[in-house]
Design a protein around this ligand. Structure first.
Ligand code: AHG
Ligand code: MN
Ligand code: MN
Length: 338
């Protein structure tokens, strides 16, 4: 592994470039990494971790069936990070309300929001899942944070990342100075910089959307996908490929590696049900938007930049269209003209 820079060396060098840096974000990230390694180990055990497999028989606040691994990952994440002294509180997709750091531990200035296990419907079939997180600062003067303290627009994130539990375990991270990817060496337990300064190609010929909802799509999305499917003979004059893993982490990781557009847009069925999207703003859309934008891509709902949305509730959902600049701007343009 010596040809690669370890995560610790990388983040320490970044810290040294900022003379006023306190090292607190580094300290917090190391504990987040330790949580991700434990979740990676647990997911990697698959059926062997029989106590972790199957449904928990409970629903989260969004009415989704929880898997035992959703709950275990959530607990692992909390246990690994709450004591470190850098966090004031945390909010998770799997908890009804935010959790202030318990009084027995020192409280710091950072807030973390996370999706402990993204794509958990893929666990039973041994397909990639991941953990997504976003780090915010607690407003000065607030001691013990409540739900309202987490309602910050994505532009206020100081750091966002995800850990992909795929064929290898990878951490992808931004602190607002580009995006870097690290691979876990399962032998040493260290992450190494294997994808420095990730940039999403501006143009793409690959799209990711769940086409089983096509009958519900709004005209701008239908128009774009129809044009992709028309290939070389159509107005976009090139053939497109399609992928849908159904783990946002894996689908977004692919577009960071080789370009693409990922969409979980608004549709007529959501309008009828009175829901504002599928993906969660604070745990999925904002952190992934920060990463995508830092890698030169674009992230929009179709009508506005995701990171500029002022959240009104913890578990708010939003439509998501993100990825290669030219393609996302094309879809946004179709929304403007419709
Ligand atoms: P989670 O497992 O955290 O609930 O997230 C699943 C999300 C996202 O990862 C993925 O893109 C999407 O749901 C898949 O939804 P469909 O099953 O509707 O395709
Ligand atoms: Mn998710
Ligand atoms: Mn989840």
């Amino acid at each position: 592994m010596s040809q690669y820079t370890s995560f610790y060396k990388f983040i320490s060098e970044e810290q040294r470039e900022h003379p006023f840096s306190s090292g607190k974000l580094t300290g917090l990230l190391l504990e987040v990494l330790s949580a991700c390694k434990k979740i990676a180990f647990l997911t990697g055990q698959g059926q062997l971790a029989s106590q972790a497999m199957g449904t928990a028989g409970t629903e989260n606040v969004q009415g989704e069936q929880q898997k035992k691994l959703d709950i275990l990952s959530n607990e692992l994440f909390i246990e690994s990070t709450q004591w470190c002294g850098y966090l004031a509180g945390m909010a998770s997709e799997e908890m009804d309300h935010s959790l202030p750091v318990p009084d027995i531990y020192p409280r710091g200035n950072y807030l973390i929001t996370f999706d402990p296990l993204d794509g958990s419907s893929n666990i039973d079939i041994n397909v990639s899942v991941g953990t997504i997180f976003s780090i915010l600062e607690l407003t000065e003067g607030v001691g013990k944070p409540g739900d309202e303290d987490f309602l910050q627009a994505g532009v206020k994130q100081v750091c966002a990342g995800y850990c992909l539990y795929g064929t290898s375990t990878m951490l992808v991270l931004t602190t607002g100075r580009g995006v870097n990817g690290f691979t876990l060496d399962p032998g040493t337990g260290d992450f190494y910089l294997t994808m420095p300064d990730i940039k999403i190609p501006e143009e793409t010929s690959e799209f990711a959307i769940n086409t089983s909802y096509s009958r519900h799509w709004e005209p701008p999305v239908k128009r774009y996908i129809d044009e992709c499917l028309a290939g070389e003979e159509g107005p976009l004059k090139k053939n497109y490929n399609m992928r849908w893993v159904a783990s946002m982490v894996a689908d977004v990781h692919r577009l960071l590696c080789r370009g693409g557009i990922f969409m979980y847009p608004m549709d007529a069925n959501m309008v009828a049900k009175g829901v504002s999207g599928k993906l969660r703003l604070l745990y999925e859309a904002n952190p992934m938007s920060f990463i995508v934008e830092q890698a030169g891509g674009v992230a929009s709902t179709g009508s506005e930049r995701i990171m500029e949305i002022q959240p009104s509730e913890l578990h708010q959902r939003v439509p998501v269209i993100m990825g290669s600049k030219v393609e996302v701007e094309r879809v946004v343009g179709y929304h403007q003209n419709s």
